[in-house]
Design a protein around this ligand. Structure first.
Ligand code: URA
Length: 214
């Protein structure tokens, strides 16, 4: 029998600062999701995408990773273009978007103040990232969006960060079955400063698609 996936409770208290921020947001925005954002999954998953943490007015509001966040526009466009999603992305939970062979989660499940989780929060939340990885029996590729997510994944696999440095466009063998792909995060800051251009992001998905077809 398949084991139940370990997820944080809606009132997770593991990180004091994030729990306090959640309480504040519940008071300010009672209509919003305001809880640890669960992974968004297709029926089977060979590709897992790992972002940083929910955005305050995006994933933390809607309850689905990258949904309503600026970064979601580019991410979901790439997934649709490369056949990892179908339907339409409308930045709302009730759009018709479905993932195909792919899941999306975050290194940290709760929205952090100023979009910046601290090291202790990233380390604390890794138990849920590890559980998500273990849950996907067909997993072959992981895409880390940004260095923080890359580093947390390296630790989740019990590897040494000094042996696997983050570099946009690089890939790293993490285990017999699983390869990690690195991309700069598709954040507003990275796209506005042109650190990440659309073609650079699409190129990473092109690599992943050909890896999975190989
Ligand atoms: N940025 C992330 O890294 N994750 C989200 O869910 C939203 C924005």
């Amino acid at each position: 029998m398949r084991r139940q996936l370990k997820i944080p409770p809606a009132d997770c208290q593991l990180c004091e600062r994030l729990a306090r921020f959640r309480q504040d947001n519940r008071r300010l925005y009672p209509e919003w999701f305001n809880a640890p954002v669960p992974a968004f999954s297709g029926a089977r998953t060979r590709l897992l995408i790992v972002g940083l943490a929910p955005g305050l007015k995006g994933a933390n509001k809607t309850g689905r990773p990258f949904t309503g966040d600026y970064a979601g526009d580019l991410l979901y466009a790439a997934l649709l273009r490369f056949g990892f999603a179908s339907g339409a992305y409308k930045a709302r939970l009730d759009d018709s978007l479905e993932l195909i062979d792919c899941s999306i989660t975050n290194a940290v499940r709760c929205v952090p103040p100023k979009n910046k989780p601290v090291a202790a929060e990233i380390n604390m939340c890794r138990r849920f990232l590890s559980a998500e990885i273990a849950h996907h029996k067909h997993l072959r590729a992981i895409l880390a969006l940004g260095r923080i997510s890359h580093d947390s994944l390296i630790s989740a696999f019990g590897l040494r960060r000094t042996d696997f440095s983050f570099s946009h466009g690089a890939n790293h063998r993490l285990s017999r079955d699983i390869t990690l792909f690195d991309s700069y995060h598709c954040s507003r800051y990275n796209t506005n400063t042109r650190r990440l251009r659309e073609d650079m992001f699409m190129q990473v998905f092109c690599q992943i698609r050909s890896f999975l077809s190989g």
